[in-house]
Design a protein around this ligand. Structure first.
Ligand SMILES: NC(=O)c1ccc[n+]([C@@H]2O[C@H](COP(=O)([O-])OP(=O)(O)OC[C@H]3O[C@@H](n4cnc5c(N)ncnc54)[C@H](OP(=O)(O)O)[C@@H]3O)[C@@H](O)[C@H]2O)c1
Length: 277
């Protein structure tokens, strides 16, 4: 039995599809609210709150492989619980920033979970994806309301990854033993700037999508209001203020592991255009 956490999220929904389409054996999806989750009928849904690890006992029953999206509860405690429940292998979503920006707080938090997993005794696979294509959803409300999108670093391009490609690699990692003990750094197929991303959205909508480039200070004010100062500063560093070769490099891991070319940002926009209408 495979347990997918974050199953209603960007990666999780795609992973449930992958597991189903590939006939990967029994799996279940974790959500805090089955009624709202909207899983396909074939998916075994299970409720649990990672903020309350005790509530995960039914979800973990009989599970041998765990797909873990961290940061939603006490991860080290959740890993202990998983091992005691009989989990043998964990596929962990970490972040490229662990290797590109280890000095930043969010990267250090991901590194701490990686270490807790490796120290725990279960087999492990670590995924370190770069910026998600789905981060463009941050612009969706402004685009729907036809307000100009406010964007810092409009011409800094990162190799944004389609979350379904993280799911493709996760599916392989969960079902093919060769990935145990491996760390996979994952990117999209090419670099794409925010300006080019907004152009792709405009093409898909068939209308102009206006944007204004704002300064780092303005962007920090916008973001710190709901993310706090440290996370806002970290996001601004890794989206343009302090990028480096490690973060900018396009990697072919997705194609190597999944056997299919990495999906483009354009494909993500086609699949998610309704969010911007
Ligand atoms: N965005 C990026 O650019 C980026 C880059 C590198 C790494 N990452 C990492 O990717 C991960 C996020 O992946 P994602 O985008 O697929 O996730 P997501 O779309 O944000 O979804 C997370 C899901 O987790 C569930 N959840 C939230 N709190 C929970 C709780 N207390 N207990 C149980 N479930 C809970 C929610 O489902 P329910 O509401 O149904 O419970 C939600 O659908 C993070 O660890 C992040 O650090 C992101």
């Amino acid at each position: 039995m495979i347990l997918v956490t974050g199953a209603t999220g960007n990666i999780g929904r795609a992973l449930l599809n992958e597991l189903q389409n590939r006939g990967a054996g029994p799996f279940r999806g974790l959500t805090r609210d089955i009624a709202r989750a909207g899983f396909p009928a074939a998916v075994e849904a299970v409720e649990g709150d990672m903020g309350r690890p005790g509530s995960l006992t039914p979800a973990l029953e009989g599970v041998r492989s765990l797909f873990l999206v961290p940061g939603m509860g006490p991860d080290a405690e959740i890993l202990d619980l998983a091992r005691r429940a009989g989990v043998e292998h964990v596929v962990l979503v970490s972040s490229m920033t662990v290797q590109s920006h280890p000095h930043l707080g969010p990267a250090a938090a991901n590194l701490a979970v990686e270490r807790a997993l490796k120290d725990n005794g279960m087999a492990w696979t670590v995924l370190r994806p770069t910026q998600f294509a789905s981060n463009a959803l941050w612009w969706a409300e402004a685009i729907r309301e036809r307000r100009p999108v406010r964007v810092p670093y409009a011409d800094v391009g990162l190799p944004a990854i389609h979350p379904a490609d993280i799911a493709s690699v996760a599916r392989a990692a969960l079902t093919e033993p060769v990935h145990r003990g491996q760390t996979h750094a994952l990117t999209g197929p090419r670099r794409i700037t925010p300006r080019q991303q907004l152009e792709a959205v405009a093409r898909e909508l068939g209308r102009e999508v206006p944007f204004v480039e704002i300064s780092r200070e303005e962007a920090h004010r916008d973001m710190a209001a709901f993310l706090g100062d440290e996370v806002a500063a970290a996001i601004l560093d890794i989206t343009g203020g302090d990028v480096n070769e490690e973060l900018l490099t396009v990697r072919d891991t997705v194609a190597q592991v999944s056997g299919a070319p990495a999906r483009t940002f354009g494909q993500w926009v086609r699949e998610n255009a309704d969010a911007f209408r």
